[in-house]
Write a protein that binds this ligand. Structure first.
Ligand SMILES: [Zn+2]
Length: 212
């Protein structure tokens, strides 16, 4: 049976990194809705043109449109896949059910304080947008970009109040979502704390042990 996986995890949980590695390891197609949207816009596809209209107006791209993009992507696809960035709430999960037979939901569990610490220590370059981290990826000279010598700053998105609010919203929306997959018996909770390799091994083990 082909794995049809949705990956759930808070912003800053390391979800994107793990998604890529898992797909490489298991030979799955990674479907990142963020990438799908950007690609559709770049290629001026009919859905891409519509999406661009919303984005240019500073509006959220409607779920129906994102579902349309996923559907297009799935139609030409052979084998298993992993969805990253969708669904984000119960309504989206129900919509997804109409176009795909999801058989595994991995929830990456990371303590809120750890996520806050990870994100608020990020610094970005004003000139080239390179992203650093005060501890995990420091610059050679404090507050100066290694690449271009530009000045570093903290993006508003990375400030503690903004991160806390984002996590609160995430929790509120994700709880019903994890319950939805739990009730179906396909939810796998994985401890997302620790080194990237460590977490990856944990996910891989859980996926391999999972019985459909
Ligand atoms: Zn720079």
């Amino acid at each position: 049976m082909d794995a049809k996986i949705v990956l759930l995890g808070a912003p800053g949980s390391g979800k994107g990194t793990q998604a890529k590695r898992l797909c490489q390891e298991l030979g799955l197609t990674l479907i990142s809705t963020g990438d799908l949207l950007r690609e559709a816009v770049r290629n001026n596809t009919p859905l891409g043109v519509k999406a661009k209209g919303y984005m240019d107006a500073g509006k959220l791209v409607p779920d129906e449109l994102v579902i349309g993009l996923i559907k297009e992507k799935l139609s030409g696809l052979k084998g298993g896949f992993l969805l990253d960035g969708f669904p984000r709430n119960l309504e989206q999960a129900k919509m997804l059910d109409t176009i795909a037979n999801i058989n595994m939901a991995i929830n990456l569990d990371v303590d809120e304080q750890i996520i806050v610490d990870r994100i608020v220590k990020r610094r970005s370059c004003k000139q080239c947008n390179e992203v650093y981290h005060l501890e995990a990826k420091p610059t050679k000279v404090a507050d100066v970009c290694d690449k271009c010598g530009g000045e570093l700053y903290q993006r508003t998105d990375d400030s503690e109040p903004v991160v806390r609010e984002r996590l609160r919203v995430y929790k509120e929306r994700t709880l019903p979502l994890t319950k939805f997959y739990q009730d179906r018996g396909i939810l796998i909770n994985v401890d997302g704390q620790g080194e990237i390799d460590e977490v990856f091994e944990r996910i891989l083990k859980a996926v391999k042990e999972f019985k459909h």
